[in-house]
Design a protein around this ligand. Structure first.
Ligand code: CMC
Length: 392
């Protein structure tokens, strides 16, 4: 009541207190539960980081084994989920299918929508979601390709199993490349949380109405799909391909991005919070170099990306506005190198961001935060009398 301040895009409005992720945009610092992102990306595993984000501490070996075992045990999805695929057009975007199927888990596990779940029941929902998202994500790809769907393999670790479900065929033996497993592991860790970004705030806001974990995460997936958010990774690659097709002249695209009459933006550049550099972009840039050289891939798009980055970093427009490459700028080059098609890039982001969404949803519930309900300043008509249709 009383005085309302407008802060469009919540540029300076804190919505919550959180003990999960620390981010200093001026210094380019990112830490999950206090641990620097650089150390986690180098030394940890995705499931260990997921545990850390969700439960607050690094797991002991026994805790990690149990967490991994539980997730592995729940990777199968209900057979009826397969039938849902038949209802989608075959060219449906994988993000449309992913968000729908994650929401459909509320139908398969109706008890999950109760606002009064015990700690054990919430943990079970967490495990199910962590487990089933990788099967559903891989199946969206297989289904789009018209390939047979692969069932998960319980003898494989999380990343290997995902790659197996994505790329293997029942007709041939699938060799898992440890270099690809390690690259995927790193990418997922780098995406695992990023405090109150658009999709995470969505998850918390939806969850604040006491909506279920699956429903809240499904809403977050839709927010992530937006091209200004996670959808940027697909857009970056499409932009690099467009530059390549156009003859490779990056300066033309830099000029377009600077032109205020042109809606084009340099995708993968700029960030609401990072005004110095995005520490994830630094790690990903190096990983892209490492992965491509380890796999012996010479991708001309990498060269275009490097040129574009160099041109932007030395251009007054980008310097003045503190626009640097963000996490999405080089991630697509790695995804491409490991065989993931462009349309699946944002699905990969969702796979990585899931532990963050879960941790933030859980924190919001545990802190008993009130329902999110922003105010407004009304700018419409004052009171007027209804006029019958024949008098209008
Ligand atoms: N290319 C050209 N100009 C840009 C760009 C860009 N990528 N990003 C920002 N600007 C300009 C913008 O036009 C504005 O200029 P002016 O002051 O002259 O009006 C100024 O920089 C500030 O931009 P803003 O839009 O007010 O900044 P924001 O904090 O609202 O937006 C952003 C942040 C990430 C949405 C924006 O930088 C952008 O659209 N980037 C491209 C999309 C992208 O890469 N998104 C991924 C973000 S990181 C990972 C994730 O969230 O998924």
């Amino acid at each position: 009541t009383g005085y309302i301040t407008i802060d469009s895009g919540y540029k300076n409005t804190g919505a919550t207190k959180s003990a999960i992720t620390f981010l200093d945009g001026e210094e380019g610092i990112l830490r999950y539960r206090g641990y620097p992102i650089e150390q986690l990306a180098e030394q940890s595993s995705f499931l260990e980081v997921a545990y850390l984000l969700i439960y607050g501490t690094l797991p002991t070996q026994a805790e990690l084994d149990n967490f991994s075992h539980q997730i592995t045990k729940h990777t199968l999805v209900h057979e009826d989920v397969r039938k849902i695929f038949d209802g989608f057009p075959s060219a449906a975007h994988p993000m449309a299918i992913l968000s729908s199927l994650i929401c459909s888990l509320t139908a398969f596990y109706p008890e999950s929508v109760s606002p009064d779940l015990s700690k054990e029941e919430i943990d079970l929902n967490v495990i199910r979601l962590m487990a089933k998202i990788s099967t559903i994500a891989a199946w969206t790809y297989k289904n789009n390709m018209g390939h047979p769907l692969n069932y998960p393999r319980n003898d494989l670790d999380y990343c290997s199993n995902f790659l197996y479900m994505m790329f293997s065929f029942p007709t041939e033996k699938y060799e898992i490349d440890p270099r690809i497993v390690s690259a995927l592991n790193k990418l997922l860790i780098l995406h695992a949380d990023h405090e109150q970004n658009c999709s995470t705030s969505t998850v918390r806001l939806v969850g604040s109405a006491n909506a279920s974990l699956y429903g809240s995460v499904s809403a977050g997936i839709n927010a992530l799909w937006g091209p200004l958010h996670g959808g940027a990774n697909q857009e970056v690659l499409e932009m690099l391909q467009a530059i390549q097709k156009d003859g490779g002249d990056t300066s033309k695209f830099i000029a377009k991005a600077k032109d205020k009459n042109d809606p084009f933006r340099l995708m993968g550049f700029g960030h609401r919070v990072y005004k110095n550099f995005d520490p994830r972009a630094k790690i990903i840039k190096k990983a892209a170099d490492d992965v491509l050289s380890a796999l012996g891939i010479n991708d001309p798009l990498l060269k275009i990306a490097q040129e574009l980055e160099q041109a932007a970093l030395t251009d007054e427009y980008f310097i003045e506005r503190k626009l640097y490459p963000n996490v999405d700028f080089y991630s697509g080059i790695i995804y491409r190198a490991i065989g993931i098609p462009t349309e699946m890039f944002t699905v990969m982001f969702a796979l990585g961001r899931l532990p963050g969404w879960i941790a933030q949803w859980k924190e919001m519930r545990e802190n008993k935060e009130p329902i999110g309900r922003p105010r407004q300043v009304y700018t419409g008509e004052l009171e007027r009398d209804y006029v019958g249709i024949e008098q209008r």
